[in-house]
Design a protein. Structure first.
Ligand SMILES: [Ca+2]
Length: 419
């Protein structure tokens, strides 16, 4: 009986759904055409925003970052949080890691840990100088700190393009981290040839550091996006960085007021820098990062007041282009503006996701960005956490994830392909 009622209800729903989805738009279109002398067909409905996940490798756990060398080799370099860099070449995972920095790191919990080997980028002139950069969590030499975020340069072994030369290690930058969480770690070379580095606010909760929180403190590198020239000793400051002439401000700072920029990227076409900034308890956000911009944390979380000091001028804070609340997600994983060719329906959309496994895109409409779900077929039946996104030399996108379920705890790298 209950089944019958349910089926009847479903059939009624189907019928009303047909009326709404087919009949009403037809009536509406006829009415619209009647008032319009143009004989043109109405605009076609937007193409479906779907993609299929094609497994690239599930050969190691915790894939948290992907980088490509820009040398035409087609190789994908994938950072495993526990300290190894693996190469996928022609859809095959090479058996020997390219690099292993685990002995130089704090030991990380494979289940959940925000520390680890978090970022990698290739020098813009990698073809000629064979240099690349990694960012990982090392033990701190200072009392009172949980660990040190270390930016290191290496070169590739002279006799094997698929092996790093550990002896080439050059420490570029070290930043002490008071707590274990919020370590940023994204490395991206900008179209200007400078290295952009994402730093979290130092961790804990609510950015309880100093009198203003680290995000708002221009005297610390924490809670910032930095911009440096790696061709220096150990690096140099680009002359046009926004705070080079401001007393007490760190000259490396490009933008501030960030909580934990977990993944940012440059749009290959517009050159704009998109960042996902992880929220505290309620709101996740996407920002377009500009020179010298203050993105609000800890004064604001998303569009909302979080910890507003008396007399604060909130008009100077740059609002996100999008926020979503914790009914929908738990922790943003920033992605890329799609500029590939395999999935035309995604062209120009900012694809991103959430640690809870949901995938989304933002579409620029007039002066605002609208969020929609990105439907991904080929998902594993297991519980899936989106750890990161990657982009290859052709602009095709990848999703890096953990899966946990009946098949155990695994890492997985998927390529987004046309459904
Ligand atoms: Ca913000």
């Amino acid at each position: 009986m209950a089944t019958f009622i349910l089926n009847k209800y479903r059939n009624a729903m189907k019928l009303s759904s047909i009326i709404f989805r087919i009949l009403l738009p037809v009536l509406f279109m006829q009415a619209a055409c009647a008032g319009n002398s143009s004989k043109d067909d109405p605009a076609p409905p937007p193409a479906a925003r779907k993609a299929k996940l094609q497994l690239v490798t599930d050969g190691f756990i915790s894939p948290v970052n992907m980088a490509v060398p820009g040398d035409g080799s087609g190789r994908l370099f994938i950072c495993q949080k526990e300290g190894k860099v693996w190469i996928v070449q022609q859809n095959k995972l090479l058996p020997t890691p390219f690099l292993n920095v685990s002995a130089d790191m704090v030991s990380v919990n494979p289940g959940y840990d925000e520390r680890g080997l978090l970022g990698m980028a290739f020098h813009p002139d990698f073809r000629n100088n064979h240099k690349f950069y990694v960012y990982y969590s090392a033990p701190s030499k200072k009392a009172g700190f949980n660990h040190t975020s270390r930016l290191v340069e290496f070169t590739v072994a002279a006799d094997n393009p698929n092996l790093a030369n550990p002896a080439s290690k050059r420490v570029v930058m070290e930043i002490d981290e008071p707590q274990s969480n919020h370590n940023g770690g994204q490395l991206q070379f900008g179209p200007d040839g400078y290295l952009y580095i994402g730093l979290g606010d130092g961790g804990g909760g609510g950015d309880q550091h100093g009198s203003t929180g680290n995000g708002q403190d221009l005297g610390t590198l924490l809670g910032k996006i930095l911009r440096i020239n790696v061709d220096g000793t150990p690096y140099s400051i680009p002359a046009d960085n926004p705070f080079v002439n401001q007393p007490g401000a760190k000259p490396e700072i490009w933008a501030y007021g960030l909580r934990n920029p977990w993944r940012f990227s440059f749009d290959k076409k517009s050159k704009m820098l998109f960042a996902g900034d992880v929220g505290q308890d309620k709101y996740e956000e996407v920002d377009i990062i500009i020179k010298g911009g203050n993105y609000g944390w800890r004064i604001l979380e998303g569009y909302h007041d979080y910890n507003v000091p008396a007399g604060a001028d909130k008009s100077q804070l740059i609002a996100p282009i999008h926020e979503y609340n914790h009914d929908l997600g738990i922790s943003i994983t920033g992605g890329y503006v799609y500029r590939g060719s395999a999935i035309p329906a995604l062209q120009g959309l900012y694809v991103f996701g959430d640690y809870n496994g949901k995938a989304f895109f933002l579409e620029s409409k007039g002066n605002k960005w609208e969020r929609s779900n990105l439907e991904l077929s080929g998902r594993p039946a297991d519980n899936l956490q989106i750890l990161s996104w990657g982009e290859d030399e052709q602009g095709e996108l990848y999703m890096l994830a953990s899966t946990s379920g009946q098949t155990g705890f695994k890492g997985a790298v998927y390529k987004l392909v046309k459904e």
